[in-house]
Design a protein around this ligand. Structure first.
Ligand code: ADP
Ligand code: MG
Length: 484
């Protein structure tokens, strides 16, 4: 319908959770929890006379990410100096990689809501060091160098993304992969994972790209989505009004839900990149690559496929379960208690997710709720074994969610066990049929849909705890007997 489409490329910065920093032995600490400037050494401060040493673990971890993103690992990579001044960068340059990055030419396949999937190509992933952090308090600016020198992996896509939904799917998938690899917590509120979107729009008559803007300060995947929607609409309007789009670095104003210009740039930034003279080039043997590849854990796509074949789940259910590693763990642990995978999946994706939603608990924090995976599995097992029926299971889950008690204890204490005692059900059916004789006569005369109300009145008499299959069978039997 529209004459315009969006062209989007994402740049993601991911800190690597190594023990020590990228080029020194100073520890990597939680930059939100740790007291400022307690994890610094002369190198983090850029003091004269210090020399960097490459952290082998950071190279291994970064390579593992590259392999998980289907990248090639060229035989040689090299660090380069990127010069710029900023108070959080005391050396006056950042050690990054420029024309010889560690990883190139990868891709991620993302699943979209219309059931299709799309391949987003990854141009490169290179290693660099993080900068310090400026803290502005009461009109003063302070610098915390704990973060300075923390290994940082920058992952850059081709401009293959065309909607905010695709951008969101890419960001979620990438975050899940980093979490599965155990190299990054994915906690965007702590800034360990940071997103930037390059956005332009293309008219259907265009033969090339138009000017793009770069949107920073995206502190959540939700902000990424909103910022893209906003920026695309703004650019289309700007082109249509004849005003046009100027190349700019923009920020996302969370409060006003709009992009704002931070600075205009006419040309490429002049970083005066040159090979880092204090570090050797890194030669990566094929044996090294294969050693790292052998350490790759089961990644989300493989786990999804296994959940489908091993447990008979649908692709959609399986991909929902693997989207957060914590959810996948929870699911498998619950199934390990002996419950059927389908019951667990069903109860988890509907009822447990809606409790998480209701109380604003992130899915990745599923393990921190009062319902342990083992308890959840036991609840599913009670349902499998016919001890309780489904409506009762939901009641019991609600109670477990509040109190952390075992399902079985709740069922016992509240007398919620399903009634499977044939004699009791037969008595309830007989009296319900007697009380509803008019309905029974109409049913026998051919109004078969009246079975539902008859079933309802029996279930009501059994306080909702009748075993539905038994109840159905016994009603059928007694009705047929009346036909005589
Ligand atoms: P560099 O940072 O070296 O200048 P590019 O400008 O080519 O590299 O790309 C930086 C990011 O911008 C990449 O993620 C890329 O996909 C994206 N990008 C490039 N061209 C466009 C465009 N016209 N519209 C949107 N994003 C783009
Ligand atoms: Mg960049």
């Amino acid at each position: 319908m529209s004459d315009w489409k969006a062209i989007i490329g994402l740049e993601v910065h991911a800190e690597l959770m190594t023990r020590s920093k990228m080029f020194s032995s100073a520890p990597v600490v939680d930059s939100v929890e740790a007291a400022p400037n307690t994890a610094v050494d002369p190198l983090s401060l850029g003091l004269p006379g210090t020399l960097p040493v490459i952290n082998k673990q950071a190279l291994d971890d970064a390579m593992m990410v590259g392999l998980a993103l289907n990248c090639e690992i060229p035989p040689v990579n090299q660090f380069a100096r990127k010069s710029y001044f900023y108070p959080d960068l005391p050396k006056g340059y950042q050690i990054s990689q420029y024309d010889r990055p560690l990883c190139v030419n990868g891709y991620i396949d993302v699943d979209l809501s219309d059931g299709t999937s799309k391949r987003i190509r990854i141009r490169r992933a290179h290693l660099e060091e993080d900068t310090g952090k400026l803290v502005h308090i009461d009109g003063e600016s302070l610098v915390d160098y704990n973060r300075a020198g923390v290994p940082l992996l920058e992952i850059v896509t081709e401009p293959d993304i065309n909607t905010a939904e695709e951008a969101e799917a890419y960001a979620r998938k990438l975050r899940a992969i980093l979490q599965y690899l155990g190299v990054n917590s994915g906690d965007m509120s702590k800034g360990v994972l940071r997103l930037e979107a390059n956005v332009s729009v293309m008219h259907r008559d265009d033969t090339g790209y138009r000017t793009r803007t770069e949107v920073k300060n995206l502190n959540s995947i939700r902000s990424l989505y909103r910022a893209i929607e906003y920026e695309v609409a703004r650019q289309i309007a700007a082109w249509e009004s004849g005003e046009g789009v100027r190349q700019a670095t923009m920020g996302w104003d969370e409060q006003r839900q709009r992009t704002v210009v931070q600075r205009y740039k006419e040309d490429a930034d002049e970083y005066r990149y040159f090979p880092e003279p204090d570090l050797p080039v890194v030669e990566v043997s094929r044996e090294w690559v294969e050693r790292v590849r052998a350490r790759l854990p089961e990644l989300p796509d493989a786990k999804r496929d296994r959940f489908m074949s091993e447990f008979g789940l649908s692709r959609y259910d399986a991909s929902q379960l693997v989207a957060e590693q914590a959810v996948a763990h929870y699911f498998e642990a619950a199934v390990a208690t002996g419950a059927s995978a389908k019951t667990v999946a069903n109860l988890l994706l509907t009822s447990l997710f809606s409790l998480l939603n209701r109380d604003g608990v992130e899915r990745e924090n599923i393990a921190s709720t009062k319902v342990t995976d083992r308890q959840f599995g036991q609840l599913a097992k009670l349902l499998d074994d016919g001890v309780i029926n489904r409506p009762t299971a939901l009641t019991v889950l609600g109670e477990m969610w509040e109190t952390g008690q075992d399902a079985e204890a709740i069922v016992k204490a509240k007398g919620l066990a399903q009634i499977s005692d044939t004699a009791a059900i037969e008595a309830a059916v007989a009296s319900a049929l007697a009380e509803n004789d008019a309905l029974v006569q109409r049913y026998l005369a051919g109004e078969e849909k009246l079975f539902g109300p008859l079933m309802g009145s029996v279930m009501k008499a059994l306080k909702g705890q009748g075993n539905p299959q038994l109840v159905r069978d016994i009603i059928t039997r007694q009705l047929e007997a009346k036909r005589g």
